[in-house]
Design a protein around this ligand. Structure first.
Ligand SMILES: [Zn+2]
Length: 105
């Protein structure tokens, strides 16, 4: 998360600037505290995302969610289960359509 690191850097820069006397003493007190907290929160979020990303990558690429066999990156199902899913979806759609139209006999 570049935003979190940037905010922390900005906060540190404010502290340094204040310490160097570039800004009036106390002017950064209101700014530095919330932005430091926000920076820490964003860094933590970034770290959490980094921890989650391998799991997400495993979900997104390589494995069929039904049987776990190898699939193309970005695909959820293998060819068997993709076809199975399409059939199920088609049957459900057909049932919905026919019931909406009011099937006779
Ligand atoms: Zn499968």
């Amino acid at each position: 998360m570049a935003t979190g690191a940037g905010l922390v850097a900005l906060t540190i820069a404010c502290w340094v600037a204040e310490a160097a006397g570039w800004l009036a003493a106390g002017s950064t007190d209101r700014l530095s505290q919330p932005s430091a907290k926000l920076g820490v929160v964003l860094l933590a979020a970034g770290l959490a995302l980094r921890l989650v990303s391998p799991v997400r990558r495993r979900l997104q690429s390589g494995r069929c969610v039904r049987c776990g066999s190898a699939v193309l990156p970005g695909h959820l199902y293998c060819s068997v289960h993709l076809q199975d899913n399409v059939n199920t979806w088609r049957d459900e759609t057909r049932e919905q359509a026919s019931s909406r139209l009011g099937r006779r006999g």
